[in-house]
Design a protein around this ligand. Sequence first.
Ligand code: ATP
Length: 279
Amino acid sequence: MINIEKLSKNYKKNEALKDISLTVKKGELFAYLGPNGAGKTTTIRILTGLTHKTGGTAYLNGFDISKETLKAKRQYGVVPQSTNLDHELSVYENLYIHGLLYHMQGAKIKERIDMLLSYVALKDRKKSPVKELSGGMKRRVLIARALLHEPVILFLDEPTVGLDATIRRRIWGLIKKIQQDGTTVFLTTHYIEEAEFLADRVAFIDKGTIVAVGTPHHLMEKQGAWAIDLIENGQVETQYFNTREDADQYNVNRHKSYTLRRVNLEDVFLTLTGKKVTE
Ligand code: ATP
């Protein structure tokens, strides 16, 4: 559904993307994970036709985003990082205008708005001005707007950034539901738990380079199952173990304070790049 080959982007001397290649299958929920400045938004901006690539190719559902831009653009909906809604207009008006931009018929737009506002649990806020909504509600309006023209791909750029844990989980439930209804989802995030919870597959990006791709389970399995964090000379040092018994054995004669925990995707990223995703 998404096919990227040797995609590159230079901003003057800054190589934001360095020949990245990725394939996302139909119906997959794919998470693109990396620290600030890694190149996540640049990738989405190229895939959605907002930024020109420097080199390589990108296809959405078989359409080349550079050569068949209009057709490629009809394949996706996008939820951007910033809330680019018209805050003076109501939820309904924001969605209706979006439908018109996609040349949808009035009756169809109304039908889709009612359906989608139920879907994102905002039916009772249809007439509310956007400025009166909470951050989580605005994010749900953005998701409804992105789905209005029935795209086969949904791009979500940091969909839960700045939201509290309860709202974040609610958005996760909604994202899963969208995938279960058949949409391919491409999600950028720097929240490890978000990628672990949602994704069928994850790609790690660091300094414009893909450093690993795989299922969360497969990537973590290589790292081990258990981790012990020890404080040594003011630094956190982490040891990895395949079994809980091995981890317990390591600690038998130690009297230092430590934390035993399950391995997570942060450990995988740290091992590959020497830094944390969340730094
Ligand atoms: P974040 O998690 O902070 O959103 P990101 O992974 O989305 O980060 P990008 O926004 O894609 O990262 O940025 C990748 C690199 O490209 C960074 O070095 C950034 O400074 C640079 N960059 C992004 N947009 C521009 C631009 N319009 N002009 C110049 N440099 C840019």
